[in-house]
Design a protein around this ligand. Structure first.
Ligand SMILES: Cc1cc2nc3c(=O)[nH]c(=O)nc-3n(C[C@H](O)[C@H](O)[C@H](O)COP(=O)(O)OP(=O)(O)OC[C@H]3O[C@@H](n4cnc5c(N)ncnc54)[C@H](O)[C@@H]3O)c2cc1C
Ligand code: FES
Length: 278
């Protein structure tokens, strides 16, 4: 069934699923990983897409919350569910962190455009800031599935402290190299993740950069990519209310033409770095 948003005129495709929590693992003091079995076997999702998640039978938090698809769960070679990586920042994520195995959640998606992966790039950098690593795990696997050798992919992962550097095992098991930085120096080089990224671009320019993280980091990555003329895609995490183009809550300003806005939920969340005005 398709509805049309009265505000934007966009088609709103209804893709609500009842999801069963397969596991809820605490992976750091503020982060947890949810395994959800929710879709018809064989459903399609691409890296960079997200889902809107809501607790069932609760009036509060009223709105769904967006989360990137971190991994797909396969049964007999067919995708049957997905894995989310979540950080507690407010009431919605705090409530979600408490859900037990077997609980049902309402999940809308997969939504958004996802990363554009051609398979033609020979050298690729992924840049993850904190919880922004979530969509890059599935992206790493997608790149390898497209025939890119793991040794030609490097993940630059930054966080405030050691405990913010998540999913290292996922990338290591794919054979992807990791460059770590922390603000407090507790793991990897002390400082911003864009410092080793800049050195890498200057010494061995990659064909493509993909990034997800806080907006300050994305702005710095976008500036580097423009300055050194490296193609770059950014996954933007704005606040979202509906996820389907109906509420106008996720506007992002684009550089050309001036004063024009796009919706992160339906035009993104992945944008070319050149497009966005930070
Ligand atoms: C496309 C997309 C993908 C996302 N993927 C993930 C993911 O994989 N894992 C994950 O943990 N989070 C992800 N987020 C962010 C996540 O949706 C928010 O952290 C969550 O909605 C906060 O809900 P809350 O009720 O806990 O906090 P709220 O009570 O709604 O807010 C608490 C505080 O967090 C701020 N906040 C809320 N949303 C965001 C946001 N998007 N960015 C920055 N600050 C925010 C609020 O302004 C407020 O200060 C994603 C967001 C988007 C748009
Ligand atoms: S229009 Fe509602 S979240 Fe994008």
């Amino acid at each position: 069934m398709t509805e049309i948003s009265p505000q934007t005129g966009h088609a709103i495709k209804q893709r609500d699923h009842q999801a069963k929590v397969l596991w809820n693992k605490k992976i750091s003091s503020s982060c947890f990983q949810l395994g959800l079995s929710c879709f018809k076997p064989g459903f399609q999702a691409v890296s960079g897409q997200f889902v809107m998640v809501r607790l069932e039978n609760r009036n509060w938090p009223l709105l769904s919350r967006p989360f990137s698809i971190c991994n797909l769960i396969y049964t007999d070679g067919m995708a049957t569910g997905l894995e989310l990586l979540c950080k507690v920042v407010g009431n919605g994520t705090a409530a979600l962190s408490q859900v037990k195995k077997g609980t049902h959640l309402t999940v809308l998606g997969p939504l958004g455009n996802g990363f554009d992966v051609t398979g033609n790039d020979r050298s690729i950098c992924l840049v993850a800031g904190g919880i922004g690593v979530a969509p890059l795990v599935l992206l790493g696997q997608t790149l390898i599935d497209k025939g890119i050798a793991p040794e030609n992919i490097t993940v630059f992962m930054g966080g405030y402290s050691q405990t913010d550097l998540l999913c290292q095992d996922d990338f290591q098991s794919m054979g992807i190299q990791l460059i770590l930085t922390t603000d407090d120096g507790s793991s990897g080089a002390k400082g911003l993740v864009t410092v080793p990224l800049k050195t890498r671009i200057q010494t061995q320019p990659p064909d493509m950069i993909y990034a997800c993280g806080p907006s300050g980091m994305l702005k710095a990555v976008a500036e580097l990519s423009r300055h050194y003329q490296v193609r770059c895609q950014l996954s933007i995490e704005t606040v979202m209310a509906c996820g389907v183009g109906a509420c106008l809550g996720c506007a992002v300003e684009i550089r050309q033409p001036s004063a024009k806005y796009l919706h992160t939920c339906i035009d993104g969340p992945v944008f070319n770095a050149d497009e966005i005005r930070f």
